[in-house]
Ligand binder design. Structure first.
Ligand code: NAG
Length: 248
């Protein structure tokens, strides 16, 4: 890459970092920190929540845009098979792991997003995704989470008694990370966006807050006003002369 092109690309990445920091209201991390994956918060341990709600490609995107979410990744849990793989996951469910700052977002809010992001009354899958791997599960860690999950399920059931909420609530056992090609899947479907953030290597895609947000944006799962703000920012950045666009 020519030095000027590298400079423009750095500017683009800088703008996107600003953009996402602005959108989320988060403090701006030091430059380079985002590109190397996002560090976990200081002074407050991150918390982890794991949910299964159908295809994990979409599940990951459903949580990526939330203020306070630090990292998202997808994997397999809830079964007993030792080394699950996408084409051979045994009795596991596809799930998303959400790492978040509990000072910024509460577990209850994650539960609200869980319920709103799929149809927990569907039996044996979600829409075209049919099978046990697409079942609805809240994986809990400890009695507080288990109680909050049970309460939220009761509330969801009370909305309509004519059908049954199929969601299971169970303690999280082992979470097996899915293969790299399934991480940030929605973002990877938009190579333009991937290039905008400098084609991060897989291990950085896994830990980057920016990538988690853009993954949600790619799936159009950020709030409408946020989608609009990111779109216009990307247009603006592209108009200013993104090197790859210039060469076309
Ligand atoms: C479960 O919660 C405890 C704190 O209550 C924490 O130390 C541990 O890392 C959590 N485990 C997972 C898998 O999130």
């Amino acid at each position: 890459m020519a030095p000027s092109a590298a400079g423009s690309l750095a500017a683009v990445i800088g703008s996107l970092v600003l953009l996402v920091a602005g959108v989320s209201g988060a403090r701006l991390p030091a430059r380079g920190a985002v590109v190397r994956g996002t560090p976990l918060p200081r002074g407050g341990a991150p918390a982890t929540a794991v949910f299964a709600l159908g295809s994990f490609w979409r599940s990951e995107a459903a949580f990526g845009c939330l203020h306070g979410v630090i990292r998202t990744s997808v994997g397999y849990a809830g079964g007993s098979k030792a080394n699950p793989e996408y084409r051979n996951l045994g009795d596991h469910a596809e799930c998303v792991k959400v790492e978040y700052d509990p000072r910024l977002i509460h577990y209850k809010q994650l539960l609200d997003v869980f319920w709103a992001s799929h149809d927990p009354r569907e039996v044996f899958g979600q829409g075209p995704d049919v099978g046990n791997q697409y079942r609805s599960v809240i994986f809990t860690n400890g009695t507080i989470e288990a109680r909050l999950a049970a309460l939220s399920k009761e509330k969801e059931q009370a909305k309509d008694r004519s059908s049954v909420i199929t969601t299971q609530i169970q303690p999280l056992g082992v979470f097996h990370h899915a293969e790299p090609e399934h991480q940030k899947f929605e973002l990877k479907r938009k190579p333009f966006l991937l290039q905008l953030i400098g084609n991060l290597p897989e291990e950085e895609l896994l830990t980057s807050t920016l990538a988690a947000k853009l993954n949600a944006y790619a799936a159009e799962l950020c709030p409408a006003n946020t989608q609009k703000r990111i779109s216009s920012k990307i247009d603006e950045v592209a108009k200013k002369g993104w090197p790859i666009l210039k060469e076309i």
